[in-house]
Design a protein around this ligand. Structure first.
Ligand code: PMP
Length: 402
């Protein structure tokens, strides 16, 4: 159980996970006792750091079943996404300038693509079906002679919806275009082996899988090249210059090693807790619904709409006792409804009435019971003060008011 100062219950694991204590332990010697720069070739202290990075690279490569030299370390998934998207465009733009993505991607994919549009790229943003999945026929029909890449995330950060990666990979292979996937939310939660599925580039981040913040990776298939986005020193085979974050990388490797051992057990336990949360809320709260595909989604995520209330208002009723999210954390400064839920066809009202619960391996049954009580009481409190709810109770057709 994670208890904050105000005794918050933490159900925002998709925003970030706590660092596993075993990961912290593995990292500690690399701050003071072993201070080397992994690129220092002239002394043993540097070689030791280099060895530690090599070991972590192997742990991560084993975890996703790729070669060690196909892993490029970065500062996180945002940087990995930028390297993949801008790197492919720069490297292959003479072949074509068209890229296909989804409206429901993370901003760390959408924003680099917007940047490329100012530099001459043509980007198609496909809407998804109401369950959050891309229409595969539509995807295939959108590919033109100018298309060089499809950028589709593995698991959505807001809904947990899992795309049909195998089918998308088959389409990309058939059409001979690159398949890049932001797999930040999927890695460490489900099996993510890019080579089996025709994925050429895949981003992920340590802090979503019980590792430290500020370190991530990009898998780049040996068969392809990306233009580097960070110059200066030629680290990471020239793909990403900059002194490596040795403690962070060691922690990332350890997190991958732990994930191999524990992923299956976590999945079973978390699915039980998530289903308990979801089913009890659906049962207790009238006009509540689950956003996204019911089964094809991550087992620890639950995105629910509670009609007639506002998600932000609901959160204010908890007074910080629950740490949940009303959209992705990266856009929480904005009061716009979630672009992911809107992309799935939800109304502004339902998108704003939604809350994301994301559980993790430190979540307990007692916490879930407490969350159910708190959410039920919060929704009741807000609805009792809502004139529209009262009208609805009196049989008025209120959809026009929402
Ligand atoms: N992609 C997705 C799907 C994410 O959920 C996140 C984190 N919110 C990112 C990219 C960005 O990752 P990082 O924080 O490691 O830059």
């Amino acid at each position: 159980m994670i208890e904050q100062e105000q005794k918050s219950i933490y159900l925002d694991y998709n925003a970030t996970t706590p660092c596993d204590p075993r990961v912290v332990e593995a990292m500690l010697p690399w701050f003071y006792e072993n201070p080397g720069n992994a690129a220092s070739r002239t002394h043993a202290i540097g070689w030791k750091a280099e060895e530690a990075v090599k070991n972590a690279r192997k742990q991560i490569a084993n975890f996703i079943e790729v070669e060690s030299n196909e892993i490029v370390f970065t500062s996180g998934a945002t940087e990995s996404n930028n390297l993949a998207i801008k790197g492919i465009y720069e490297q292959y733009q003479t072949k074509g300038n068209h890229i296909i993505t989804l409206t429901t991607e993370h901003k760390a994919v959408l924003d680099p693509l917007k940047k490329l549009e100012t530099m001459g790229a043509e980007v198609t943003y496909l809407d998804v079906k109401p369950d959050g999945l891309v229409d595969l026929k539509k995807l295939e029909n959108t590919i033109t002679k100018k298309t060089i890449m499809v950028a589709i995330m593995w698991a959505n950060n807001e809904t947990g919806v899992l795309q049909n990666m195998k089918s998308i990979g088959e389409i990309c292979t058939k059409k001979n275009i690159f398949f890049f996937s932001d797999a930040t939310q999927a890695v460490g939660k489900i099996k993510t082996h890019p080579k089996e599925l025709g994925i050429d580039l895949m981003s992920f981040s340590a802090h979503k899988m019980y590792g430290p913040k500020g370190v991530g990776a990009l898998y780049i298939s040996n068969k392809i090249k990306v233009a580097e986005q960070m110059n200066g020193g030629g680290h990471e085979r020239g793909f990403r210059s900059g002194t490596l974050n040795v403690p962070g990388i060691v922690g990332f490797g350890k997190a991958a090693e732990i994930a191999i051992e524990e992923m299956e057990k976590n999945a079973t336990e978390l699915k039980t807790l998530r289903d308990q949360l979801e089913n009890t809320l659906l049962e207790k709260i009238e006009l509540s619904s689950v956003n996204g595909h019911q089964t094809q989604r991550l087992f620890h995520v639950c995105n629910m709409a509670f009609k007639f209330i506002d998600g932000e208002d609901l959160m204010s009723t908890f007074n910080q006792r629950l740490a949940v999210s009303s959209g992705s954390a990266c856009t929480s400064a904005s009061i716009e409804p979630s672009h992911v839920l809107i992309g799935m066809g939800l109304s502004n009202h339902l998108a704003q009435a939604s809350i994301r619960f994301s559980l993790g391996k430190f979540t307990t049954r007692e916490e879930i019971e407490e969350v159910v009580k708190t959410i039920t009481a919060g929704v009741k409190h807000l609805r009792e003060r809502s004139p529209v709810w009262e009208m609805y109770q009196n049989g008025v057709d209120v959809d026009g008011f929402l």
